[in-house]
Design a protein around this ligand. Structure first.
Ligand SMILES: *Cc1c(COP(=O)(O)O)cnc(C)c1O
Length: 500
């Protein structure tokens, strides 16, 4: 199967090429030329398979240039019981008759980004080999918290790769910082940038677009690459778990084969919900996709009105991984809705970069609204939802998952739709322990307490086990205390790679 660009559909590259380059040279994103179909019999047969077998089956439909052996090796290196603390990898938790949480946070960094970033390094290094690339890949990441750590864990000690992560000096939570500065591995580097997330991200972008620097690195046998969610190698692994969830529902006799389900996703960059949409295009029976946002509700407005407008105040919320105003994967969705009209996508995207806004046509809006619903909630509703769910069901969610639950509850209130529903649960409550404890009790519950005390108190309150990877931070020593000026990031990269 070949891949084309959303801004020029005459471009045609292999999957390995798409994963290796990340972004198409014309600025577009790679999408498959067509969507492979999966029959209901095949979905039924997934019920008796392990997660790895399901992943192998679904990914095999897209990565047709990988051999069976290569793909198996990628899947089995990524999804192990050791790394995910459960052999089901992405377990489905039944809240009540009709509502299920797809827990995507059992991986090494306790957020759903592990589902893709544990396998991406293997897909990438395999793609490099297949395309006869002999240089070493250097992954540069600017992170606001979750992506950086997930990328570090994924790439650590992966042969043929190095990774450098920049995080804003004062912009990540205590636990996120601890997770990064104690990172082990002999090919990793972590630095704080004096500035905010935008400064870190701009610094990385400048390095990526500096052609002289790119040539200098190439002369030294390095090739820059990115681990963010525009890479097809991050999106494809996310399609797998929606099939897996459906297979679990069938296995547990919660649904009949062919029965449509709703899927609710707490959304930022639109990657996770797009993966659900792609699963549906392949044959997964879906009634409605419900897109949930926090107060940064640019997607809610877009789905309700057809107008995307990022010119608005940015809110810092207790669900920080969804504090995003430009959802980069929306471009892939639009390309699909417009039936592959690359000229229109180019137009819309240049309007977005020039004016910060665009509007889609009425017929495309109608098509979108026949499948997608959207809603948002503020921090106090998020808190109240965590508390209510804990009181009613004894189930404690993180803040991002709670946004999804709050929006779903409102949806049911408005529509009365009783279709069985899977809610994507994207982080462990322990990762956002402070907000979760405040929700369950009050501000006094956290005042003056350190991270490890908070973890223990949350464990007591929720009767859940603290994820090993968070608890063990206590005994880890700080490896990286590097701070770098925002104008010195390039020099920092050069020093780490020892090029001049
Ligand atoms: C990244 C992230 C999201 C948003 O996912 P997108 O694919 O960007 O829409 C939601 N929740 C958590 C915990 C995340 O880390």
């Amino acid at each position: 199967m070949q891949y084309k660009s959303t801004r020029d559909k005459s471009i045609s590259v292999s999957c390995a090429e798409a994963i290796k380059t990340g972004l198409s040279a014309d600025g577009g994103l790679f999408v498959p030329e067509s969507f492979p179909s999966v029959t209901m019999d095949e979905i039924k047969s997934l019920s008796s398979m392990s997660y790895n077998q399901r992943a192998y089956f679904v990914l095999g439909k897209f990565l047709t240039d990988f051999t069976d052996e290569e793909l198996k090796k990628c899947v089995d290196s990524a999804y192990t019981k050791e790394k995910f603390e459960t052999s089901s990898i992405a377990p489905l938790y039944k809240l009540n008759d009709g509502t299920y949480f797809l827990e995507l946070w059992h991986g090494p960094t306790c957020a759903f980004k592990d589902m893709a970033l544990q396998i991406l390094p293997h897909l990438l290094t395999t793609s490099m080999k297949k395309t006869n690339e002999d240089k070493e890949v250097v992954i540069l990441v600017a992170t606001s918290g979750d992506t950086g750590k997930a990328a570090l864990e994924g790439f650590k000690d992966v042969e043929g790769t190095r990774i450098i992560v920049f995080y804003p000096d004062n912009g990540v939570s205590e636990i996120q910082k601890l997770q990064m500065v104690t990172q082990e591995g002999n090919n990793v580097c972590v630095a704080a940038v004096k500035g905010n997330f935008d400064d870190a991200q701009n610094g990385v972008k400048k390095i990526f677009t500096d052609n002289d620097y790119k040539n200098l690195l190439e002369r030294n046998q390095f090739r820059l690459s990115s681990a963010n969610s525009i890479n097809w190698g991050r999106l494809a692994p996310q399609i797998v778990y929606y099939f897996s969830a459906y297979a679990e529902l069938l296995k547990n006799h919660e649904i009949e084969a062919g029965e449509k389900i709703n899927i609710v996703v707490p959304t930022g960059n639109f990657g996770n919900i797009l993966a659900a949409y792609y699963a549906n295009k392949m044959g997964l029976p879906v009634n409605k996709f419900i897109c949930a946002s926090n107060e940064n509700n640019v997607l809610t407005d877009f789905i309700k009105t057809g107008v995307y407008n990022k010119n608005r105040d940015f809110h810092t919320t207790i669900s920080p991984s969804m504090d995003i105003l430009i959802s980069s994967n929306l471009e892939r969705f639009l390309f699909d809705l417009y039936g592959g009209d690359d000229e229109r996508i180019k137009e819309l995207m240049s309007k977005l970069s020039e004016t910060g806004a665009y509007e889609i046509s009425d017929d495309v809006k109608a098509k979108m609204q026949s499948m997608f619903c959207a809603g948002y909630c503020d921090d106090s509703e998020t808190m109240a939802t965590i508390k209510k769910c804990s009181d009613e069901y004894d189930y404690v969610m993180d803040t991002h998952t709670a946004v999804a639950k709050a929006v779903y509850d409102k949806y049911v209130g408005e529509t009365g739709d009783m279709t069985k529903t899977v809610i994507a649960s994207t982080a462990s409550p322990f990762k956002f322990n402070q907000s979760v404890l405040i929700a369950l009790e009050d501000h006094n519950a956290v005042a003056g307490k350190d991270e490890f005390t908070l973890l223990s108190e949350l464990a007591q309150k929720s009767r859940m086990t603290i994820p090993k990877s968070l608890y063990s931070l206590k005994d880890k020593s700080v490896v990286f205390d590097l701070v770098c000026d925002k104008d010195e990031m390039k020099q920092f990269v050069s020093d780490f790679l020892m090029v001049e």
